[in-house]
Write a protein that binds this ligand. Sequence first.
Ligand SMILES: N[C@H](CCC[C@H](N)C(=O)O)C(=O)O
Length: 289
Amino acid sequence: MHFTKMEGLGNDYVYVNCFEEKVDDPQRLARLLSDRHRGVGSDGLILIGPSDKADFSMAVYNSDGSIAEMCGNGIRCVCKYVYDNHMTESRRISVETLAGIKYLRCISGDRRQSIVTVDMGAPEIGRDRMTVDAALTEKMLEERIDVSGKMISFIRVSMGNPHAVVWLDGLDVACVTDGEKTMSIGALMEKHDAFPSGTNVEFVRVIDRDLIQIRVWERGSGETMACGTGACAAAAACMAKNYTNNVVTVQLGGGELHIEYDRNKKTINMTGPARKVFDGQVDIFSQEE
Ligand SMILES: N[C@H](CCC[C@H](N)C(=O)O)C(=O)O
C-alpha cells in the first residue's frame, strides 16, 4: 500500500489516497502504522476519499485507532495533497468530515510546504454549546472536576471534536508534568466521566490580547506537537472570556497558527503550514499488532 507522510507543525499523520488504495480495517492500520518503533511513526492515519457532498472526504484515526471527527492540521495537509497530486486544479476545495463540510484555500506553496486557510466552522462553547458572542455574557462558563484529588477548572469547547480548555495560570504547572509521564492531568482528563466521548485537553497561557501559548494532550494520541482543532478551541475560549482579541496567534510546540473569529459568520478561520515529508509503501499483510 502506498502512503504519504505529511505534517502540520509537527502533528504528523500517514495519508492514504483511497481513490487508489483500499483500507479494510483503518482503526487497526492506524495503530500499526502510528507506532514510532514498529511502524511508520505518526500521530495517526488520515484517509483521503471521494464524497458526494464535497470535493473530497477525510477520515481521521488517532494513533490508538479511535476515530476523530476532525483534524485541523490534517485537513491543511489534505488540501496540499490533492493540489500537488493534480486531483484538483482549484486552490479552493471542500472536504467532507464527520464534523461537517470544511472549506479550504491553498494560499501559497511549493513542493515542500504550503500555507492553507481553513474555515473550521462555529466553535460551541460550554455545556450549552454557545457561540463566542453569547458566551461573552455568560458568567458560569467554567466547569470544575476532581482529577485524582485536584480540582481542575476548564471550559468545554466543541470544534466538531471535544476539547477541554484549561488555563495554566490557575494550575500548578508541576501537576501538568507528573514525573515520567508528562501532561498527566491531560491523560486523566481525556477519559474522565465528565466527557462521554473522551476529550482533547489544551493547557493555555495567555501572553497578551494577541498571543496565547498552548500545550495539547490529544484524545487517542497523547501529547502532540500541535493540534489545529485544539488551537481553535483554546482561541475561542480565550475570546469568550475576553482575554484576547478576535485575531490571535497561537504558539504551539511545533510552531504558530493564525486564528481569526469571523463575527458575522460566527466561525473560526485557521491559517497555517502543511508539509510533505516523504512517500512510502508498506506491505500491510506483513504488519502485526
Ligand atoms: N491533531 C488534530 C486533532 C485530532 C483530534 C483527535 N485527537 C480527536 O479529536 O480525537 C488537529 O490538528 O486538530
